[in-house]
Design a protein around this ligand. Structure first.
Ligand SMILES: Cc1cc2nc3c(=O)[nH]c(=O)nc-3n(C[C@H](O)[C@H](O)[C@H](O)COP(=O)(O)OP(=O)(O)OC[C@H]3O[C@@H](n4cnc5c(N)ncnc54)[C@H](O)[C@@H]3O)c2cc1C
Length: 386
């Protein structure tokens, strides 16, 4: 059985200075007051010349660089330990057509980069990187669109289709991230129509299933059943989901029943059932388990064993975010499993919201920071004894 406690393996890629930086960072993000103050001060800090400090600390921990070229070092370092990179252009909150086209072009750049680099198993994009959020809300709610909105939505479809076609041409799998439930129907439709077009020989286009939603296990089953009927492969990235507080707040504010499970345990149960569903149907699927949860990761290794699927079978990947849960990524990779990490990149100012979310997530996710910190301390002490 694989162990995630081996810190020598987990931090193989980290020099002592990197380990110290991680130690201080996780210590700091464990303090919610400090995180909240820093989240407010960071944008001001950037304006008054603290870019260097941000780049040398939190940016270095969680981000690959300001552009694709700057990520080369991270790609090579992860690659040394058989961990793939998923370049994630993390510029958020843009709302102009020019920005949407630029994001589309940048995603295509990542596909070209991946095509020539066997350390990049997947590419990824968010539909909100190339679409106006409010329009996705309208489409998802089945509202009637006026002509200008119809034209605008055609452009969105074209951008998503161009990316998926480019991925197919490059034989490069691509993830479509899942987002808020009130824009997800539009995202699902875009993902499904492109899966139909490009997943005829293998899983190229992957949709994301958020198992913190109480309807997603059924939705996964329906997706699989439809794909069987249409003779296409399903690409499935399974995650728990990143918008829990926002989802609950909106449901309360607008007075509808929250689509999120009532308890963490229910999310965990559905996540593991979804893994089982995918493994059972692996002959017509590509699966990526996007999780920092040790039990789910371990469970997937057990399922692979039970269903006689080799550790190295390329249809199954484990994936974590850069700077988080190295004990899972490195220990899995050393045992021969396919592992990749999301490596976000973009200009410091633009990536700041992503960084703030990572810091906040690490204070709010119960036990995660404590676990990371504990392992870092264990490794520091192991190295000091040598
Ligand atoms: C490679 C990768 C890709 C990702 N892509 C996406 C994406 O496309 N879309 C997206 O939304 N997220 C995405 N995420 C983030 C992911 O959804 C989770 O927020 C994050 O990974 C934490 O969940 P976990 O599985 O690692 O495990 P854990 O730390 O065990 O679980 C934490 C998660 O459980 C759920 N949860 C916590 N408390 C409760 C509760 N009381 N009731 C119900 N559920 C609860 C929440 O989803 C929370 O984030 C991605 C993560 C990774 C690693």
């Amino acid at each position: 059985m694989i162990s995630f406690d081996n810190t020598e393996n987990a931090f193989k890629g980290k020099a002592n200075s990197d380990l110290n930086r991680s130690y201080w960072l996780f210590k700091m993000v464990g303090n919610p007051t400090l995180v909240n103050i820093s989240a407010k001060l960071a944008p001001i800090g950037l304006n008054i010349g603290f870019k260097g400090l941000i780049k040398a600390t939190i940016f270095k921990q969680f981000v690959g660089g300001e552009n694709i070229t700057e990520c080369n070092k991270t790609i090579a370092e992860l690659g040394k330990y058989n961990i793939g990179t998923i370049l994630d252009y993390s510029v958020e909150g843009k709302e102009s057509e020019k920005d949407f086209d630029a994001c589309c072009a940048e995603t295509i750049e990542t596909i070209h980069k991946a095509k020539n680099d066997n350390h990049i198993p997947f590419c990824v994009f968010k539909v909100t990187g190339m679409a106006r959020f409010d329009l996705l809300v309208k489409v998802s709610a089945n509202e009637t669109l006026i002509q200008t909105e119809l034209n605008e939505f055609e452009k969105i479809k074209k951008r998503v289709n161009t990316i998926c076609a480019e991925a197919h041409k490059a034989n490069q799998a691509i993830f479509i991230d899942a987002e808020e439930s009130w824009i997800q129907p539009a995202i699902d439709d875009l993902a499904n129509s492109n899966m139909l077009l490009f997943n005829k020989e293998k899983a190229i286009v992957y949709n994301t299933f958020q198992l913190y939603r109480n309807d997603r296990l059924d939705y996964l089953k329906t997706t699989i059943a439809n794909a069987k009927q249409n003779n296409v492969y399903v690409g499935a990235k399974l995650v728990r989901g990143a918008y829990m507080e926002k989802e609950r707040e909106r449901a309360k504010e607008k007075n509808y029943v929250s689509p999120i499970h009532d308890t963490k345990e229910s999310s965990d149960i559905d996540y593991n059932l979804a893994l089982l569903e995918c493994v059972k149907n692996i002959d017509m699927m590509g699966l990526c388990a996007g999780t920092h949860n040790e039990k789910s990761s371990l469970y997937l290794t057990e399922l692979m064993n039970k269903y006689a699927i080799s550790n190295t079978d390329k249809r199954i990947y484990f994936s974590q975010l850069l700077g988080m849960s190295d004990h899972i990524s490195y220990n899995l990779a050393i045992s021969g499993y396919n592992v990749s990490k999301y490596v976000p990149y973009g200009p410091v100012k633009e990536v700041l919201p992503y960084l703030i979310r990572r810091a906040q997530e690490n204070t709010s996710v119960k036990g995660q920071t404590g676990r990371e910190l504990g392992l870092i301390m264990k490794e520091k002490s192991r190295r000091n004894k040598k």
